[in-house]
Design a protein around this ligand. Structure first.
Ligand code: NAP
Length: 492
């Protein structure tokens, strides 16, 4: 145990972000009778990604019974798969119900975090001044910074442009020539709403996604009444959905060939939705193994693209001019509005924020070969810093809320361990972190995300997956139940 001189920081715990991760931890702390934390939120309300993304059709592709906190079930979901507004309402309600709002400093963006080795706490630089905290837990999520494409001439466009995560609700799309760039989870949800409004919709597709039929449906009033009266029934539904999703782990992680069964269902779905246009079907047929990119679900996307006012362009974009998008074949596609469904900057947002740990080491340098952590939560040399939804905790098959709750258990146990040993901080051993990541990368090499023959935001520029957890979520839950003292050092 190394010795340090400790003084008192402003807060024992600072939580960054008031989305699922930050609110979840805040609620659990409250439930344990702890009221000594602050939540720093850059926006003026809670909700994270579910506050930011308001594009038409925005919906979670995980059923509501599982995409919610286990400790805060909601019998009132109106659909099997929750809509954005409803998830945002749920999170606002959780913040109120558990008395979290008084702990939140809104409009408080954290731009830097420096570990003060002398005093044994973190100095956070925020838009509202410095705050010191013994423990810092980040919950900013992996997908909060939109990534508009770096296309030549994009700034010269004279019409309207916006990203799916910053939808311009004041802009009237009716009767316009609209271009959409991107065919990911966001785009396939808003395209069916945009197409009927447009005089012409031109979709610029780089890679077609695999799309399955969507099993969404409204929750019936009697089902909601039953969930209110007998909460155990909703728990059973949650358990059944969880088990079904875990049964899909094998094809993703070890036996990608099993995905062929899903591919057959998706191709049949496409044929049913676009029965009369083989040319369009050919454009929309993926050339890589299902699962390599996120598997999407929609009953309306293909139908929208089959309408006479819709066109799918697969020729790469060469440049954008004031009134048009020009493709590599020289064709000028005149448009009034461009909507970017081009996704987010991922993975190392934390490092870019400017985090300095022990001995002045910057996280951006510690992560020069890519973001790595122990169990996606702690990084060697950065004591008392915990990341919820850190490296390799993402999922291709189930609910992130489950992973968030696992990491919350881990953080709470780490805090308990520090308190019980009268230490000031806990750090991670570099050799433990290295061994953990070597094993993780070995396992990831066999997954569909590496072998499936696609490029995706899951992989970094060296082709290494820094995003996803390659296994069952219950094994992550087991490993994050308690911290393993062998992998950590206590600082007194
Ligand atoms: P995304 O999955 O990263 O998709 C971005 C799309 O833009 C891709 O089709 C990509 O093509 C295309 N693109 C990017 N740059 C381009 C360029 N320069 N020229 C042409 N095309 C370009 O982004 P997203 O749809 O916003 O989704 C991101 C993630 O958010 C999802 O994977 C999911 O985890 C989450 N999400 C979840 C839900 C949900 O229902 N739970 C809904 C929305 C989003 P390539 O494929 O060729 O790269």
């Amino acid at each position: 145990m190394a010795m340090r001189t400790a003084t008192t920081p402003d807060y024992p715990v600072a939580i960054l972000g008031a989305g699922f991760a930050g609110l979840g931890l805040a609620i659990r702390l409250k439930q344990q009778g702890r009221h000594d934390f602050v939540v720093l939120e850059r926006a003026s309300d809670v909700g994270g990604t579910w506050r930011e993304n308001t594009y038409p059709g925005c919906q979670c592709d995980i059923p509501s019974a599982l995409y919610s906190f286990s400790f805060a079930p909601n019998p009132n979901w109106t659909r099997l798969f929750p809509l954005q507004e409803e998830i945002w309402d749920y999170l606002r309600d959780c913040a109120d119900r558990y008395g979290i709002r008084p702990h939140i400093r809104f409009d408080s963006e954290v731009t830097g975090a420096d570990w003060d080795d002398e005093r044994g706490f973190w100095r956070l630089t925020t838009s509202q001044g410095e705050i010191t905290a013994r423990v810092v837990v980040t919950g900013q999520g992996g997908l909060s910074e939109p990534a508009p494409p770096d296309i030549p001439g994009v700034d010269s466009f004279a019409g309207t442009m916006f990203h799916s995560a910053h939808w311009d609700h004041d802009h009237d799309l009716r009767g316009e020539r609209i271009a959409v760039i991107g065919t990911g989870a966001s785009a396939i949800q808003f395209i069916p709403y945009v197409q009927p409004e447009a005089a012409k919709l031109t979709l610029f597709q780089r890679t077609p996604p695999w799309i399955m039929p969507h099993p969404d449906r409204p929750m019936r009033p009697f089902e909601r009444r039953l969930f209110r009266r007998l909460p155990v029934l909703q728990k059973l539904l949650r358990g059944a959905i969880y088990t079904f999703f875990e049964s899909r782990v094998l094809p993703f992680t070890k036996k990608p060939d099993l995905m062929k069964a899903g591919e057959r269902i998706a191709l049949k779905h496409m044929r049913e939705q676009i029965p009369h246009d083989p040319e369009l079907r050919a454009k929309l047929t993926p050339g890589y193994r299902m699962g390599c990119k996120r598997i999407l679900m929609s009953n309306t996307y293909y139908k929208a693209l089959a309408q006479p006012n819709a066109d799918v362009v697969t020729e790469p974009i060469a440049e954008i001019r004031p009134n048009a998008i020009v493709t590599a074949d020289g064709v000028e596609h005149e448009v009034d509005t461009i909507i970017f469904g081009t996704g987010f900057k991922v993975a190392d947002g934390m490092a870019q924020m400017g985090v300095t740990g022990r001995d002045g080491v910057k996280l951006v340098d510690a992560w020069k070969d890519g973001p790595e952590a122990l169990l996606g939560t702690t990084v060697a040399g950065f004591p008392n810093l915990f990341m919820i939804v850190g490296p390799n905790t993402g999922l291709g098959h189930s609910s992130m809320v489950f992973m968030v709750e696992s990491q919350i258990n881990y953080v709470l146990d780490a805090m308990r361990t520090v308190d019980a040993s009268r230490a000031v901080a806990i750090d991670t051993r570099q050799d433990s972190q290295d061994a953990y990541n070597a094993d993780l990368q070995r396992r990831l090499g066999k997954t569909v995300w590496s072998t499936g023959g696609c490029a995706s935001w899951y992989l970094d520029e060296n082709g290494r997956n820094r995003t996803l957890w390659p296994g069952y979520t219950f094994s992550f839950r087991r490993r994050t139940k308690a911290i393993d003292p062998a992998h950590h050092e206590l600082i007194a």
